[in-house]
Structure formats: C-alpha cells, structure tokens
Design a protein around this ligand. Structure first.
Ligand code: PAF
Length: 289
C-alpha cells in the first residue's frame, strides 16, 4: 500500500496544491488536531467523495487551550492517524510544527462576532479567538477549497462560517453530521479521558438531547421547559456535572423567546476529567392542513 504524502512545511503543501489547481482539480480540506476517529473519517469520506484532492491538517493548536486545559496531555497517535488517512484515501497530510505555523498566525486578535463570548466562549475564554486565528491561517495556507467541519462542535462551525464571511476567505465551509457510538455518545478525541463508569453514564447526554427534541416535535414551545427537561435527564447520571444547557437559533446562536420552528439544543457537561459537548437539531412537527 502506498503511504499518504506528508507535508511538514507550508511550501511543500502549497507546491502540491498548486500542481492540483493547474490540473483543474478541486480541493477538500479537513482541519484536525489529530487522534483521528470515525468522526474525522466521515469528514474525510465526504471530502473524497465531493472533491478531487483531500488535504488533512494535523496540528494541536496551543492558542485554543485555556491555561488550565489539556494542551500538554492532548492525546496523540500519529502513526494511527496516518494509517486512517491512508485507508480513507487522503492525498496529503499537512503536519506543521509550531515553528512552521508561527509566521502565519496573526499577532493581533481577530475581530469576531458575539458568538465567541457565549456558551463555549464563556466557559473557555481564549478558545474561540485561538480557533479563529489558526483556522484563518490554515485557510490562507490551503487557499481556495471546500472545508469540512463536524457538527459536534456546532458553535465552532457557526463561528468558522462567520469568519469566512467577515474576512472574505476563499473557502466554502460544509457542516457534516455527528458520528456517534452505539449508545449515542458523540465521537470525540477527548472520550479517552472517560473511565468505564463515566463512559457508561455519558450516554445520558444524547438521551437528554433526544428527550428535548422529542418534546419539541410534540409541540413544546417553552425554552425553559426544554432546558429543564434536558437538565433533569442529564442529572439522572450521578457522575455528570452540567456546565450549560441551551436552546439556540441554529444560524444566529441567539436564544429565541419561544420555539417556533428549528432550534439547536446544546449541552456541555463534565464527566471526571472529560469535558463533553453535544447538540441536536430540533423541529416542531409540521402539521399539513
Ligand atoms: O475542531 C478541531 O479539531 C479544531 O478546533 C480545529 C478546527 C482543527 C482548529 O484547531
């Protein structure tokens, strides 16, 4: 089996992409922090299906971790990551060092919209400024392309779309569905932090979201009632420690006065050392007249 090409420098990657563009090939881009799992594989599969060339970046971005977070122990397994990229038909993996990325990371903080201050942004104050800085740099390095992001980090997905609009970046951002374990837990690199009891109980997050979505589909319109239902369901797990539960407009992230049509239900929750987030789309049932 031929091994996937690896570019450690911007120059190597850009040379490769330039050749692809001369041949009129379209470029799909999957930005990651490595420790790849089936969620990433599904983003890669969508890219390889839709685009001619797929680039995966693996870069654990120090700027998006708050000082008390897990940057130093963020899980890594480069050889298994390269195997996964190989198996899923990735054309080139961009794996820059911090030194290589430095000149591309703007020193000035980016002007971002209010979304960076709420929910994840409130609990993790530097997080979104760090995500936006690195994503903007990666988009500028990769250039004109289609970028695939998982809906698990739904607030990140909306932020990245806003970033592309506000900074006129030549990238089309595509959100892809959440990939789940059999019991519903959303796949995440951070799930390795869960011990077996936490892992078992963490399925309650998806159960709570499903309960909320079901109540909405049956006609519940009160934000407060939905939040309470989700909280109560999560609290059936003694190991769960809720950070926030929210009901938001999926496009603006604003909290509506009441549920009229589509909303996103969000949960962030700690299980031991693992901070887990998840979300679901919820809709009022359309009654045909
Ligand atoms: O979602 C992630 O893995 C990261 O936030 C990203 C988009 C690769 C930026 O570091």
């Amino acid at each position: 089996m031929t091994s996937v090409q690896v570019a450690e420098t911007v120059k190597e990657l850009q040379l490769y992409l330039e050749k692809a563009r001369i041949s009129n090939l379209t470029i799909g881009f999957v930005p990651t922090m490595g420790f790849l799992h089936e969620g990433h594989a599904s983003l890669i599969n969508t890219s390889t299906k839709q685009r001619d060339v797929t680039v995966v970046s693996i870069y654990v971005n120090p700027l998006q971790f708050d000082p008390d977070e897990d940057f130093d122990k963020y899980p890594k397994d480069i050889s298994s990551d390269l195997d996964l990229c190989n198996e899923h038909g990735v054309d080139i993996v961009f794996m820059p060092s911090e030194e290589e990325m430095k000149p591309f990371l703007s020193e000035e903080s980016l002007k971002l919209r209010g979304i960076v201050k709420i929910f994840e942004g409130e609990s993790r104050p530097v997080h979104f400024q760090g995500v936006a800085t690195v994503v903007k740099a990666l988009f500028e390095i990769v250039g004109s392309s289609y970028a695939f992001f998982g809906e698990k980090d739904f607030q990140q997905l909306v932020l990245v779309k806003q970033l592309v609009d506000d900074y006129l970046l030549p990238v089309q951002v595509i959100g892809c569905p959440i990939i789940r374990e059999n019991d519903g837990l959303a796949k995440s690199s951070r799930n390795v932090y869960l011990d077996s009891a936490e892992r078992e109980q963490s399925a309650v997050i998806y159960q709570s979201l499903k309960a909320g979505a079901e109540a909405i589909s049956k006609g519940e319109t009160s934000i407060k009632n939905i939040e309470q239902l989700i909280k109560k369901t999560v609290e059936t797990s003694p190991l769960a420690n809720i950070d926030y539960v929210a009901v938001v407009d999926p496009l603006t992230f604003e909290i509506p006065n009441s549920i009229k049509n589509e909303v996103r239900l969000l949960v962030a929750c700690n299980f031991g050392q693992a901070r887990l987030i998840d979300n679901i789309l919820a809709q009022r049932e359309v009654v045909s007249s």
